[in-house]
Design a protein around this ligand. Structure first.
Ligand code: DON
Length: 311
């Protein structure tokens, strides 16, 4: 942690300590049985600024299931593969519905509202899969994350993937329903297999904050100096994160935190302070919308203290 400005490390440590003491921890997700094993007392926070300085506290090096946060990276990959044609398969409007809702699909001809609700992410995964074996598509997604985070140790938690594969009846329904409208090209079980496995990638806050840096710096990862995507595309992914990244809690997140962010039911949130920092927080207890309860509160404290809201 050499070279970290004391203020940022102090703020991060203070927030982690405040979160450790709070009795309200939300509810750990149980609909994927393996996720129910997470410790509700866990809390981690990592912030990487533009210069690459890391301020981190709590369980910032403990890997957790990134779940829907993986959808930011699959969206990035799919846009790289097919460009703006992706938006024929999936919309970019907030749904105002829970992440696993099916209701809008019938009215909207099987086109999911956005790439972050489950239906939308399954459609994006189908685009990445096109013409490949599931193993190859999954390898591409995993290697992309390892490359972004500059850490080859990032891996899939097979027990979480198997747990969701056994119990993911709702996602299976969403996928079959979209298939009936011709929105998916590949066999449903292939697309779902890749989807369940990329959701089961395990990363620590430190690794996740590293992987998100290209979104904070106009598409360029300062760790490698490489332009991952164009500045325009980074801006647009951030816009979709802001409006859709927390499902029917997206308005509340924008109101309180004021940053583009993407949550996962493993309790993680990736938040982007454009030009300033990439931030990852983890606390497994969720609120009613399926977003990390203390994660959101910690980010609200952080942006308030540092004046990092984009508004
Ligand atoms: O498909 C699912 O239900 C999970 N693999 C991911 C959902 C999720 O993370 C929603 N996020 N808050």
């Amino acid at each position: 942690m050499s070279g970290t400005p004391p203020e940022l490390q102090d703020v991060v440590a203070e927030i982690a300590e405040a979160m450790r003491r709070r009795p309200d921890r939300g509810e750990v997700a149980t609909y994927i049985p393996e996720l129910a094993r997470a410790d509700p007392e866990a809390f981690g926070l990592a912030v990487i600024d533009a210069e690459g300085r890391v301020a981190a506290a709590g369980d910032c090096d403990t890997p957790f299931s990134i779940q829907s946060i993986s959808k930011v990276f699959t969206l990035t990959l799919a846009l790289g593969m097919v460009g703006d044609r992706l938006w024929r398969r999936v919309g970019r409007e907030p749904s105002g519905s829970p992440f696993n809702s099916i209701v809008q699909l019938e009215r909207e001809c099987g086109i999911p509202r956005n790439p972050f609700i489950n239906a939308g992410a399954i459609a994006v995964t189908d685009v990445i899969l096109s013409g490949h074996q599931p193993r190859e598509a999954l390898g591409d997604i995993l290697r992309f994350l390892q490359f972004l985070a500059q850490d080859p140790a990032i891996a899939i938690d097979e027990s979480v993937a198997a747990s969701e594969q056994r119990t993911g009846f709702r996602n299976s329904a969403l996928a079959h329903y979209m298939k009936s409208f011709g929105v998916l090209d590949n066999p449903v079980e292939y697309t779902l297999g890749v989807y369940f496995h990329h959701c089961a990638i395990a990363m620590s806050c430190r690794q996740l904050a590293g992987a998100g840096r290209f979104l904070a710096h106009s598409g360029r990862n300062p760790a490698t100096g490489l332009q991952v995507i164009s500045a325009e595309r980074a801006r647009r992914i951030n816009a979709v994160m802001l409006t859709c990244g927390h499902y029917d809690g997206s308005g509340e997140f924008a109101y309180r935190v004021g940053l583009p962010g993407k949550s996962g039911v493993g309790g993680g949130i990736l938040a982007i302070a454009p030009g300033k920092a990439s931030i990852a927080v983890w606390s497994p207890g969720l609120d009613a919308a399926g977003n990390s309860h203390l994660g959101r509160i910690a980010l609200e404290m952080l942006t308030k203290r540092l004046g990092w809201s984009i508004f």
